[in-house]
Design a protein around this ligand. Structure first.
Ligand code: DGN
Length: 259
């Protein structure tokens, strides 16, 4: 049975790639809700509804595990998805939060993400549940997603935007920064330069490690197949998908049953 992964769009392919790099024999079904992206600016009610619909769609493909690659969905809908689904559901927030707690020495952690993710306080909650004495500094960085999707991964404008968002972290003695959005791992170079000496926590990598703990209990009978589904087919998706995956895949358009 395949591993199902969904995201609001193309960014979750960073999570697919991280998991696939570790478990190349597994089969994967990825769903990017490109017709309804972005989630990061939507209300809680809508994010939960879309997330449920996406998970139900993946369930139809007999997936053995659902990975919620989208930080925004993970921040709002994980509990509901866990209750609703009869297979394990893994989000990106818990793995990222626990990696940050392990990494920090100063006890000061920065978290960046979409407006909705930061507003939800999900990373803050998870981190403080593990260690209530840590200090958390959060900052929404909504311009990063469009810059990344434009392919401006090293552009001087991207540096300027990163400086503008992240300079306030510099005098807070932060030593760990959580990249709390699917897209941000693609900006590791820029963010790493702007926040030098700060350890970057990549939620995609941490989620891949967590996935291993779940799937290692079941023998893999996959063939290393990857199916990529989208709710709206566009050339833009194909282009960015190739940039993230470093490979080209066939992409199928499907419609999500609206509940
Ligand atoms: N996938 C979203 C996230 O990780 O929060 C980013 C894209 C979006 O919906 N704005």
């Amino acid at each position: 049975r395949p591993i199902g992964i969904f995201d609001s769009g193309v960014g979750g392919l960073t999570v697919l790639k991280a998991i696939r790099d570790r478990f190349p024999d597994e089969d994967f079904i990825y769903f990017g809700d490109t017709a309804r992206v972005p989630y990061g600016t939507k209300s809680e009610r809508t994010i939960i509804r879309y997330s449920l619909e996406n998970a139900r769609l993946l369930r139809k493909f007999n997936v053995k595990l659902i990975v919620v690659a989208c930080n925004t969905s993970s921040s709002y809908a994980l509990d509901i998805l866990e209750k609703e689904m009869d297979v394990p559901v893994l989000g990106v927030v818990k793995p990222g939060a626990s990696a940050a707690v392990k990494a920090t020495k100063t006890g000061n952690i920065g978290v960046i993400g979409t407006e909705a993710t930061i507003k939800s306080g999900a990373y803050r909650r998870e981190i403080l549940t593990i260690n209530p004495f840590l200090k958390i500094f959060e900052k929404p960085c909504p311009l990063f997603v469009p810059l990344i999707e434009e392919g401006w991964l090293e552009d001087e404008i991207t540096y300027m935007v990163a400086e503008r968002y992240l300079s306030e972290f510099k005098n807070k003695n932060i030593d760990t920064l959580v990249l709390g959005c699917t897209h941000y791992p693609l900006l590791k170079n820029v963010i790493g330069k702007v926040c030098n000496n700060i350890k970057l926590v990549d939620s995609a990598e941490e989620t891949a490690l967590e996935t291993g703990k779940i799937i290692n209990k079941v023998k893999c009978t996959g063939k290393g197949e990857v199916r990529i589904l989208v709710s709206d087919m566009s050339n833009r998706f194909k282009k960015i998908a190739e940039m993230i995956m470093g490979d080209s895949f066939s992409i199928e358009e499907v419609s999500v049953d609206v509940c």
